[in-house]
Design a protein around this ligand. Structure first.
Ligand code: FAD
Length: 385
């Protein structure tokens, strides 16, 4: 293969470049990215960068040693077989890696609206988090909770507006989400509240209320960044449709990271997972596939979030579960396990119990049945259940 073009210079794009070299690709590689930054990690944006403990989160790598032609500030606009049309002209390819990630969803309204996806977003928002500032966070999902944590620590008056019955309900269900409600101490948490629009000076609510704010942060989720592929002859459905080898429907094209909806052999369904671990590990399979090797991407997805002084970790795919079992009480360290009809583990979510996630992930990988009576006892380690 002569020339591989990688579109998207986030973690997944960069790791695919590294994996291509590791798998022996000696030809040309061009990496284009819409942002002006070299590749960086996003998880620190809502943690160390937002709280001022770090200014950047660049990924340690040597682009020169990788022999990659890195072109920051270049955006892909469209695709036809063998050619990517960019803001700086056409790029012909023999192999193409789609790693364009995801873009935050915004709400209607003319008022200033912050989102948190890029390093620049994080710096802009950080400047607003000053003592006494009124901050309205729309959405009590993973990002909303982390932004609320940083804003509260910075001494802001924080209102969190969430349409669902509980924080994190969209991600992991109301029962688990409700256990995190107590963490919003000192925050005006408004559940079952819908936003109509973001206006100058605050947030207009459906039904008439208005939440005044100096800064409004919208954290209601993302969409795969695939608009540039709208007219291409490639299957799109909630991202770039890919098989278990991460191969897209167009020859010579693979998709990886937040924008890829791949077929999971393990769960027999299509997954699109917006987790750092996926951006880190899927590239090895994508590179192997592109170079004609046999490789399957079949992980137990893993994710973590740091919020309100708690480490929340998750492994698995809970929609495959049939019932939920709790280990420990909500006021302390606890975890929850989703069990399948056959008493194997579908997913584990742990709060300040990292071992449960490590062991749970291994049990999910192995597909073992567990003893559900022992499982409810948080003193019994998961691997002994
Ligand atoms: P991205 O990181 O989004 O990179 C894609 C890149 O492609 C972007 O730079 C984008 O500008 C560029 N691009 C898009 N369209 C084009 C185009 N047409 N042409 C050229 N370039 C383009 N995950 C966890 O597991 N734990 C966490 O605690 C956690 N915290 C997070 C906190 C924040 C604030 C955010 C935003 C994400 C967090 N994540 C976390 C998720 C994790 O960071 C993502 O899953 C990961 O960044 C996905 O990597 P990616 O390379 O697929 O996409």
């Amino acid at each position: 293969m002569e020339h591989v073009v990688v579109v998207g210079a986030g973690l997944a794009g960069l790791r695919t470049v590294e994996a291509l070299r590791a798998h022996g690709h000696a030809g040309r590689i061009t990496l284009i990215g819409r942002e002006r930054h070299r590749p960086y990690d996003r998880p620190p944006l809502s943690k160390a960068v937002l709280s001022g403990k770090a200014d950047t989160s660049y990924v340690e790598t040597d682009l020169a040693a990788l022999g990659v032609e890195f072109r920051p500030g270049v955006e892909a606009k469209s695709l036809r077989e063998g050619v990517v049309e960019t803001t700086e002209g056409e790029l012909g390819y023999d192999g193409l890696v789609i790693a364009t990630g995801a873009d935050p969803i915004r709400l209607p309204g003319d008022g200033p609206q912050h989102v948190l996806r890029t390093l620049d977003d994080a710096h802009e928002l950080r400047a607003m988090l000053v003592p006494g500032a009124r901050v309205a966070v729309i959405g009590a999902g993973w990002i909303g909770a982390e932004v609320a944590t940083a804003a509260r620590r910075a001494g802001c008056e924080v209102t969190v507006i969430e349409a669902a019955e509980a924080p994190l309900a969209t991600a992991v269900g109301t029962e688990i989400g409700a256990r995190t409600e107590r963490w919003y101490d000192g925050i005006d948490l408004r559940l079952r509240t819908m936003v109509e629009s973001v206006e100058e000076g605050g947030v207009r609510l459906v039904g008439g209320g208005f939440v005044e704010a100096h800064a409004v942060v919208t954290g209601i989720g993302v969409r795969p960044a695939v608009e540039w592929l709208a007219d291409a002859d490639i299957d799109l459905h909630n991202g770039v449709v890919a098989d278990e080898h991460l191969r897209a429907s167009l020859p010579g094209v693979v998709a990886v990271g937040d924008c890829a909806a791949w077929w999971s052999r393990r769960w027999q369904t299509r997954l699109r997972v917006e987790h750092w671990d996926t951006a880190l590990n899927a590239p090895d399979v994508a590179a192997a596939t592109l170079l004609g090797e046999q490789a399957v991407y079949d992980p137990v997805p893993y994710f973590w979030s740091e919020q309100f002084g708690h480490m929340v970790q998750y492994a698995g795919h809970h929609p495959a579960g049939r019932r939920l079992v709790h280990r420990g009480e909500p006021e302390g360290k606890w975890s929850a396990v989703w069990l399948t009809a056959g008493d194997t583990i579908a997913a584990v979510l742990a709060v300040d119990r990292p071992r449960d996630v490590v062991q749970g992930r291994r049990i999910i990988e192995a597909g073992h049945r567990v003893d559900t009576e022992r499982l409810v006892d948080p003193q019994v380690s998961l691997r002994d259940c």
